[in-house]
Ligand binder design. Structure first.
Ligand code: UDX
Length: 455
């Protein structure tokens, strides 16, 4: 099929476009970001994503994907058009839909024949209807176009894997014709035999777990949009829940790792998303939770639980700062604190809404001097927060520090030479905001060490 992706150089659009190209469709990815499009045209990736580069290279080579900055290219002659533009949070938490609206307005004049318009961006319930009414002003639904809500569940860093081996595919639409088109698009994934269906060489090993059929959830438009919000809100709830239990573990001398391990064996609970720590950061979980709260408010419902999930997450940064004070003394003024890890999680160079920066800001507010390190996200961090002292080397970042705060779960921090770290620091003290380091080893080495929920 011929597919256009609008917002094709953004994270979701890029992974989606490449995924469909790999499945054998012809994809035209369009984006307003000229620099990113140029890089992609020359086979370079603007984002760090496991397995993305080889998929980009071979689909550019085979002519399955094209990148363009010309909006009409994404629409003219396409069977299916994906809208994957951003829906950033406004100051009050409500999703900003201006890009989606603009796309719908431009789209309508360019659709030449029947087109399936798929909303991939995470949008509040009702947005699909809004897009529909914009398109309906010029065209007739069912004749000229149909609308589909097809939310994404891509984890950053693992986006390609999540595209090819999703836990489920959600398709919300009223139209049988659009439903069939979506089925055709996703056929190799639903059947769980990508190589066999496409006849192409197998995917690179690092993004190819065992193939299995994938459940297709065909539903109505509103439910499809809610599935996305509810899923992210539930993941956030698990994290806030385990952080609450971690705090209680500290009070009763229990160990959260042991508690989570014991809970996880229950299949009704499961073991994922039970890592206590600094909390959930990044571009999605908090944004979607806030948007869901706004949806509730708009419908005169008081979402008490959701508010508390958010509140519990905000508390985590304060808890970490409290632990720094416990180790260094109450006054942080002129203390030197190293922050290890700036990406919102390991495996990505994305620093958007990273809790590490909230830690940095809280430390600076109290007069501390921050020395920051990240193995992958320094350029992105500099661009967003130019005034912090950055270091390429974690040992240098720890030099003369009164404490180190580990804010991102990069595994390489656990491999450092802690003798050397200790030699460099003014006083050997570590707050492990991700429960990553070997507590016993550090304490034997003479560090004062605090983590999250491990008494
Ligand atoms: C998330 C969802 O997982 C994905 O399905 C959705 O489509 C987009 O949002 P992502 O934002 O990439 O993906 O990050 P995720 O891996 O979910 O982690 C989010 C945050 O929660 C990170 O800051 C991470 O460190 C934190 N986290 C995660 C925990 O603190 N504990 C956990 O157990 C898991």
């Amino acid at each position: 099929m011929n597919i256009g992706v609008i917002g094709g150089a953004g994270y979701v659009g890029l992974v989606t476009g490449l995924g469909f190209a790999e499945l054998g469709h012809h994809v035209t990815s369009v984006d307003v970001n000229e620099e990113r499009i140029k890089r992609l045209q020359s086979g370079q990736t603007p984002i760090h994503e496991e397995g993305l580069l080889p998929v980009l290279e071979r689909n550019l080579g085979d002519g399955n994907i094209e990148f363009s900055t010309s909006f009409p290219d994404a629409v003219e002659g396409q069977d299916v058009v994906f809208i994957a533009v951003g829906t950033p949070a406004q100051d009050d938490g409500q999703a900003d839909l201006s890009q989606v609206i603009e796309v719908a307005e431009r789209l309508v004049d360019l659709m030449e024949s029947y087109t399936v318009v798929v909303i991939k961006s995470t949008v509040p319930v009702g947005t699909v209807e809004l897009v529909q009414s914009i398109l309906n002003r010029e065209k007739a639904e069912g004749m000229d176009f149909d609308i589909v809500s097809n939310p994404e569940f891509l984890r950053e860093g693992k986006g390609m894997i999540d595209f090819f081996y999703p836990d489920r595919i959600v398709v919300g639409t009223r139209s049988e014709r659009a439903r069939e088109a979506m089925h055709e698009l996703y056929r190799p994934l639903i059947a769980g035999n990508i190589a066999e269906t496409t006849g192409r060489a197998p995917l690179p090993a690092d993004i190819a777990p065992e193939e299995r059929p994938v459940p297709l959830v065909e539903t109505d438009l509103a439910s499809a949009q809610m599935i996305k919000y509810a899923s992210n809100a539930f993941l956030a709830t698990r994290i806030s829940f385990i952080n609450e239990i971690a705090r209680l573990c500290e009070e009763v001398d229990a160990n959260i790792n042991e508690v989570a391990r014991g809970m996880g064996y229950d299949p009704r609970i499961g073991s994922s998303y039970l890592d206590a720590g600094l909390g959930f950061g990044g571009p999605c979980l908090e944004k979607d939770l806030k948007a869901l709260i706004k949806i509730a408010e708009a419908n005169d419902y008081e979402p008490r639980l959701l508010r508390e999930v958010l509140g519990r997450n905000d508390q985590q940064v304060r808890e970490v700062i409290g632990k720094v004070k416990e180790l260094t003394g109450y006054l942080l003024y002129k203390k030197i604190v190293a922050v290890w890890g700036l990406a919102f999680k390991s495996g990505t160079n994305d620093v958007r809404n990273s809790l590490a920066f909230r830690v940095v800001e809280a430390l600076e507010r109290e007069g501390a001097e921050v020395q920051a390190h990240d193995p992958m996200a320094l350029d992105e961090a500099r661009a967003l927060h130019p005034n912090i002292h950055y270091f390429d080397d974690p040992y240098e970042a720890a030099a003369n520090a009164d404490a180190v705060v580990l804010a991102t779960d990069w595994p390489q921090y656990a491999e450092l030479d802690f003798d050397e770290v200790k030699r460099r620091m003014a006083r050997p003290a570590i707050v492990d905001g991700r429960n990553l380091l070997d507590r016993d080893m550090l304490m034997t080495e003479g560090f004062r060490y605090l983590s999250m929920g491990r008494a």
